[in-house]
Design a protein. Structure first.
Ligand SMILES: NC(=O)c1ccc[n+]([C@@H]2O[C@H](COP(=O)([O-])OP(=O)(O)OC[C@H]3O[C@@H](n4cnc5c(N)ncnc54)[C@H](O)[C@@H]3O)[C@@H](O)[C@H]2O)c1
Length: 359
């Protein structure tokens, strides 16, 4: 008989609804508790989401005293570290929302807690469940491109700056990079097999966020709304990365993998003021190579899938618990993603190339 998987949700804001909805669709899951640090919010969430068997808590540590198999960490970025480490130390598997945390040292501690406890730490990059994303990795890993020496990724919104906890450094850690940039980094690094980042030379700015003409919370805006970086990866690969929440431009272009035998261009999906958004949504792809000295350009059509990617990531977390499988999107990998964001911030502040030190 299939075991019932007992789940707790920490942080009951916007994204927690997507988690609750996905868990509710799984017959082998029971959401037994919800915690939110704002008094009464967990209780209201339980009622709105009709999780009538769930217990509400204001303090996530109380929720962790329950017998649970796994928790979804859906707090703002600043609380990912504390809640995830406490959950792992309490013997629960963790699905933490992206970005992994606010600093590299926090992410290292999270990975350590996972190793020590033997519990999985998986990070919520739902675009991984898009079959088009899998196809990018399959093409890059197939060797068809030859040796990949240059990757360009990122993108941005013409206008699309969030507010609230997303624009305060003490709560979010970083701005556009943590919100949407971590997705494009994940896409590129995942396709390459997550090589170690070595150095970063970066520039960031916040000309739009701090201007009341463009943002109504300009007075509180202290993260970057634009970032660009050149990152050296192991294997003599260079990654050019750029991300923008707001700009006077329609798009920052496509994602490209340049290899010695072929090149792959991934066009971002999306139209309108958010056109050119690169937050993990994949448009069509084009493969460039030579055949008989002719320049060949082949279009790879978008795979239509109809999957709800949020549902897929939650389903895979539950299946990994049930089947005693390793983390689907391991914290140990995503550490490199966080290391790059950390390196971008350090390099931009010092106006110098910085080295990335990893355990
Ligand atoms: N995967 C995605 O597509 C996606 C989309 C949106 C947001 N996110 C991520 O999800 C996270 C949450 O975003 P959101 O939009 O739901 O934010 P939100 O502000 O709507 O909700 C966060 C909730 O966490 C609560 N909280 C804060 N600290 C807490 C603590 N220590 N313990 C318990 N609860 C605490 C807050 O009171 C709030 O209710 C962020 O890290 C964000 O980057 C991911």
């Amino acid at each position: 008989m299939t075991k019932t998987i007992r789940i707790g949700i920490i942080g009951s804001g916007g994204i927690a609804r997507a988690h609750a909805s996905a868990y509710r669709k799984l017959s082998n899951v029971e959401i037994v508790a919800v915690a939110d640090s704002i008094e009464g919010k967990a209780q209201a969430f339980i009622q709105q989401e009709q999780l009538l068997n769930a217990a509400p808590f204001d303090d996530h540590r109380k929720l962790l005293e329950l017998e649970l198999d796994g928790v979804s960490v859906c707090t703002p970025n600043f609380a990912h570290h504390e809640t995830s480490v406490n959950a792992l130390n309490a013997g629960k598997h963790v699905l933490v929302e992206k970005p992994m945390s606010v600093t590299l040292s926090q992410s290292i501690e999270m990975v350590d807690a996972s190793r020590r406890s033997g519990k999985m730490l998986t990070v919520g990059f739902q675009p991984r469940y898009d079959p088009n994303m899998s196809l990018i990795k399959e093409i890059v890993q197939s060797g068809k491109l030859g040796s990949v020496y240059f990757v360009e990724t990122g993108g941005g919104r013409r206008r699309g700056m969030p507010g609230g906890t997303f624009i305060r450094k003490e709560l979010a850690g970083a701005g556009a990079m943590a919100d949407i940039g971590c997705y494009s980094l994940d896409m590129a690094l995942h396709a390459l097999g997550y090589p170690r980042p070595l150095t970063v030379s970066a520039y960031t700015s916040n000309h739009f966020g701090t201007n009341p003409k463009y943002h109504k919370e300009a007075a509180h805006f202290d993260v970057e709304d634009f970032g660009v970086a050149m990152i050296r990866l192991e294997g003599d690969i260079v990654l050019n990365y750029k991300i923008s929440w707001a700009m006077h431009m329609d798009s920052l272009g496509a994602t490209m993998f340049l290899g010695t035998d072929a090149g792959l261009k991934v066009t971002p999906a999306g139209t309108g003021p958010w056109s050119g958004v690169w937050d993990g949504s994949v448009g069509s792809m084009t493969l460039y190579n030579d055949i008989a000295n002719q320049h060949i350009q082949s279009t790879i059509p978008v795979i239509e899938h109809g999957l709800n990617l949020f549902d897929e990531k939650v389903k895979d977390f539950v299946a990994a618990i049930q089947d005693d499988r390793p983390a689907p999107i391991p914290g140990g990998e995503i550490l490199y993603n966080q290391a790059i964001i950390d390196g971008v911030l350090r390099s931009a502040a010092s106006k110098r190339e910085v080295t990335i030190e990893l355990p």
